[in-house]
Design a protein around this ligand. Structure first.
Ligand SMILES: [Zn+2]
Length: 43
């Protein structure tokens, strides 16, 4: 199961011991999201 950084939206695979985004350093993640959540307006 992949994690998605809640800050920069990067996919982070296999967080072993450190829970930290290697891209932005954020420690907030979304679990098991197939897509990056975005504000999408539908018709
Ligand atoms: Zn990040």
């Amino acid at each position: 199961m992949a994690y998605v950084c809640a800050h920069c939206g990067k996919k982070v695979k296999d967080l072993n011991n450190f829970i930290r985004c290697p891209y932005c350093g954020s420690r907030v993640f979304l679990k098991g999201r197939p897509n990056i959540p975005r504000e999408v307006s539908t018709d």
